[in-house]
Ligand binder design. Structure first.
Ligand code: PEP
Length: 255
């Protein structure tokens, strides 16, 4: 079965609820009920409600940018999977490189969150990617191998139905430097092989692997044409409706 392309916008720590209302409205009005590609917007927690209100009735789905691995209790400042579910969220970005580098998230933490997300019925978008120094030291595959095995430990093949991986080379995030389509495809194919080793070939063929790192309207077509690139996780270009919708259009053409 072909993998439906996903175009996901990571708004990071941008957009107040009022700003989110306007951006989500513009996106939802344009997408309407168009289901392909699958469009996900990931506002900050404080804007989830505003965004949910605007996208209600459209095919646009709501995602979060992080969550706790704990179910409930005395964890000040944290947000649980159940809270996200009850806020109309259906996907959650986990292990983004900014969370790994600024907030000390390890593969073991990402793994606990991924399992909690799956058990709650959320679609986890698990981020992996090498730094510039790791790439220059020819350690890209070693790093990705460790991140994939560590972040996806103790997950069963049947639990991969809504699993999404985002390959985001850290050196390409927010820098304007993009991996060439061939460079990205090489790593995506490697990730799919790793998934096959963990979960078997049929499950691996079903997992969407998104590219993230300065994806823009002028480079998206070439990236999305690659066999194992099943969509994009987009930061900067997700903050303006015009750019994001152009990326959705690239996703539609590649479908
Ligand atoms: C991201 O942070 O997920 C990302 C891909 O950012 P940008 O598109 O701005 O590089």
């Amino acid at each position: 079965m072909p993998r439906t392309i996903i175009i996901a916008g990571n708004w990071k720590m941008n957009k107040t609820p009022s700003e989110a209302t306007s951006l989500a409205r513009d996106i939802a009005q344009n997408i309407g009920k168009q289901a392909v590609p699958s469009v996900v917007i990931c506002p900050p927690f404080t804007a989830l409600h505003a965004a949910a209100t605007q996208i209600a009735g459209s095919a646009v789905r709501l995602g979060a940018q992080n969550m706790s691995d704990k179910a409930s209790g005395a964890y000040t400042g944290e947000i649980s999977a159940a809270m996200l579910r009850d806020s109309q969220v259906s996907a959650v970005i986990l292990g983004h490189s900014e969370r790994r580098s600024y907030y000390g998230e390890t593969d073991a933490i990402v793994n606990k969150k991924t399992i909690a997300a799956i058990e709650a019925g959320l679609s986890p978008i698990v981020c992996v990617g090498e730094t510039l120094s790791e790439r220059e030291a020819n350690k890209t595959f070693e790093v990705i191998h460790a991140q994939i095995c560590g972040s996806l430990a103790n997950i069963q093949p049947v639990q991969t139905e809504n699993l999404v991986i985002a390959y985001e080379p850290v050196w390409a995030i927010g820098t304007g430097k993009t991996a060439t389509p061939a460079m990205a495809q090489e790593v995506h194919a490697f990730i799919r092989k790793e998934l096959a080793a963990l979960f078997g070939e049929p499950a691996a063929q079903g997992v969407r692997i998104l590219y993230g790192g300065s994806m823009k309207p002028d480079n998206a077509d070439a990236l999305l044409a690659e066999l194992d690139i099943d969509g994009g996780l987009i930061g900067g270009a997700a903050l303006a409706a015009k750019d994001f919708l152009a990326l959705v259009e690239s996703g539609r053409k590649a479908s």
